[in-house]
Write a protein that binds this ligand. Structure first.
Ligand code: SF4
Length: 277
């Protein structure tokens, strides 16, 4: 049986960097160490960090000493100020791509622009980015609302890094109709799109696809759905224990991909089912 692993399977650069920073912090600093919110939505990784002495907090006010790790989604400026005021040690694992959006928002806000974030107002990254313009941004994810947008100042538009490009284009073009001098930054990160298109390309040339990821992970389910367009043999699993090797034939070509919260160790264990025999 031939097994092909998608190059983009698993953690994106920003999540990988955040997990490594948290593990390094566990070795470098004494307890208590906290991540501000769950570092990633993967129980195994969160438990592994807990075993290393890194716990989750959702409330910095309740932390009086130790180290705070900011996850890849980033946070608002006020959180950094609070960490500094409290004398806590800061480990900033904000993804550099998110940091770049925050920097643009802060710069243009200080220059007197009104900020528009094309994104989901409940997403932690968007809440964090808004915190770099004193929470004054208009957060829009609907072209109809974009049509009604008004501003008395010049406008600067940025995107949530994971927003769909069509949505970004539609919202920005509606605003540009009324405010043609708006500054537009397409700050979409291509990591998610690249993972999806690679999974699809792989599914086209494979007899079956194994998609590894959490049952509740929407990006993992999306990968499985895309693979299903090209093969009806898609196996969505959480770990190597979920694989029934009987369903594969010796002459099968099997593709493997994994969602953004799937650790490389889990991917290796699945690959190991075939490479270690
Ligand atoms: S911006 Fe891109 S690389 Fe960074 S955490 Fe988000 S998806 Fe990953």
């Amino acid at each position: 049986m031939k097994v092909i692993l998608a190059k983009s399977a698993g953690f994106c650069f920003g999540v990988d960097r955040a997990v490594n920073k948290a593990m390094d912090a566990a070795k470098a600093y004494g307890s208590p160490i906290y991540t501000y919110g769950e570092l990633i939505h993967n129980r195994t990784v969160v438990e592994e960090l807990e075993n290393m002495g890194v716990f989750v907090t959702d409330d910095i006010d309740s932390v009086s000493e130790g180290t705070i790790i900011i996850r890849s989604h980033g946070v608002g400026k006020d959180v950094f100020e609070k960490i500094s005021e409290k004398g806590l040690t800061l480990v900033d694992a904000t993804c550099p791509k998110v940091k770049s959006v925050q920097n643009k928002v802060e710069k243009y806000h200080n220059m007197g622009y009104n900020i528009v974030i094309v994104g989901d107002c409940t997403h932690p990254e968007v809440i964090g980015v808004n915190g770099w313009c004193e929470n004054s941004a208009s957060i829009i994810d609907d072209p109809v609302k974009a049509k009604m947008y008004t501003s008395e100042k010049p406008v600067c538009i940025v995107a949530q890094t994971t927003i769909i490009k069509d949505m970004f284009d539609e919202v920005s073009s509606e605003i540009l109709k009324n405010y043609p001098d708006s500054i537009v930054f397409n700050t979409i990160c291509l990591a998610t799109r690249d993972r999806q298109s690679e999974a699809e390309e792989l599914a086209k040339v494979c007899d079956a696809m194994i998609v590894i990821g959490g049952k509740n992970s929407s990006n993992t389910k999306k990968l499985a759905d895309l693979c299903s367009i090209h093969t009806d043999r898609v196996y969505l699993i959480e770990s190597a224990d979920d694989i029934n090797k009987e369903v594969f034939c010796d002459d099968d070509t099997v593709g493997i991909t994994a969602g953004a919260s799937t650790p490389s160790q889990v991917i290796s264990e699945v690959l190991g089912l075939w490479t270690t025999q």
